[in-house]
Design a protein around this ligand. Sequence first.
Ligand SMILES: Cc1cc2nc3c(=O)[nH]c(=O)nc-3n(C[C@H](O)[C@H](O)[C@H](O)COP(=O)(O)OP(=O)(O)OC[C@H]3O[C@@H](n4cnc5c(N)ncnc54)[C@H](O)[C@@H]3O)c2cc1C
Length: 474
Amino acid sequence: MADTIFDLVVLGGGPAGYTCAIRASQYGLKAALIDANDRLGGTCLLWGCIPTKAMLFSAEIWDHLKHADRYGIDIGDVTPKLNWKGLLARKDDVISRHVKGLDFLMKKNKINAIKGYGRLTGPAKDGVHTIEVMLADGKTDTVKAKKVVLATGSDARMLPGYKPDETILTNYEILKIDEAPKSLVVIGSGAVGVEFASIFKSFGAEVTILEMLPRMVPAEDEDVSKELLRLFKKRGIDVNLSVKDTKIEKNKDGVLVSFVDSNGKAQTKQAEKVLVAVGRAPRTYDVGLDKVKITPDRGFILTNEWMETTEPGIFAIGDIVAGLPQLAHVGSMAGLVVAARIAGKYAKAVNRTRIPGCTYTDPQIASVGLTEAQAKEKGFQVKVGKFPFVGNSKATIVDAHDGFVKVVADAKYGEILGVHIIGPYATEIIAEAVTALELEATIEEMMFTIHAHPTVAEALLDGFSSVEGMAVNV
Ligand SMILES: Cc1cc2nc3c(=O)[nH]c(=O)nc-3n(C[C@H](O)[C@H](O)[C@H](O)COP(=O)(O)OP(=O)(O)OC[C@H]3O[C@@H](n4cnc5c(N)ncnc54)[C@H](O)[C@@H]3O)c2cc1C
């Protein structure tokens, strides 16, 4: 490999890295992609977005089967049984199909995909960077390129003093467990924590959530947090907020989790397993940053809007970037921006205020733009509308009346500042709100945008109209 000089080498084959390499090749650049894993796809495809959503789909079917009679389906004396091995096999099949798809895309785009662990060796010499690669067979090679894109992703954080094993789990271990646990404590109520809580509740586990902050899904609008709390409690999930001093003790039946509750009272919870979902740490500790002029900030890499680091010729994208939400679609968009910049083509920088965030719980959550509190903090005169799904006919059809669409708008010009949804298909219909914000649409424009009937998306039409107190269906 040492003789070839690539236009760019990407370190890390997750969604940020592979998207960047593919787009670079579409621009006619010669790209290499190095990944330490035996399969491409990164956290998202192998241990994150895709497997969890495959499991959630099974959970959704299971939930519907439990109430089949409600939909006019008589399953007689048959008691549906959860086939955990079958469920995991289906999840693995979904992953495998997409891993194969990525291998195909590497070939189609003539990307040199290298299996190995890469490290920077120093600044560019005569405009060429050298990456040292430990290959899977233990041998070392070097890859030379004019530009380097770091996309090494993140690892699950653990509570200090604990290590993951078969009872203390992170997203990695929980996706491989032999059987669905009968009881589960989830530490952390961000997207990862509440998604697993939702999945295992559907499969019949007794689920307890421990969150140190005063509300669940703390990145979301406060009204959404309150609604999720209400609906999770309705589903029988035990949610404990403002908890402190969480400790885990293993015993013969699993784990005893102790904590101090919001009233300052010591509590314990016995469970088969505990999932620690307290955030993701950037994987930047062993990629040779010390050899170049990049000083990470608590592990995260600082970049400018074009994802350039402080070392000339080296870019960073994805979960390792400071200040960017750790989401697959953010990483992949950053990858597209970098590929365009390296190719000298038109690019639009990632706008950090127009990033959709999706949480695939039951009910789903999706949002884009400013929360009501953020808009007020920024000095906007805010006008807010809220439309409950109970007024949406498609929501009745799919038997999912919980939740609402909340729209935050600027009172003066009517510009839409934020859209916050909790309810059916929230993660699908948010795309319209993202486009509306991207095009700086006003409430008035959206009130005269035709939405097909009957669709859940019509709740957005009513949501926008509710800002003017004119939702039709409520
Ligand atoms: C349970 C869970 C569910 C999630 N669900 C969603 C979701 O629904 N939607 C969403 O948008 N996001 C979701 N995420 C977040 C998403 O997975 C990440 O934001 C995304 O994977 C980040 O992409 P990335 O390319 O930056 O890094 P990663 O996907 O982590 O990929 C990094 C790659 O770099 C490789 N690598 C690391 N170091 C080296 C090295 N030195 N040399 C070579 N290769 C290296 C790794 O092997 C890995 O393949 C979820 C995360 C988790 C944990």
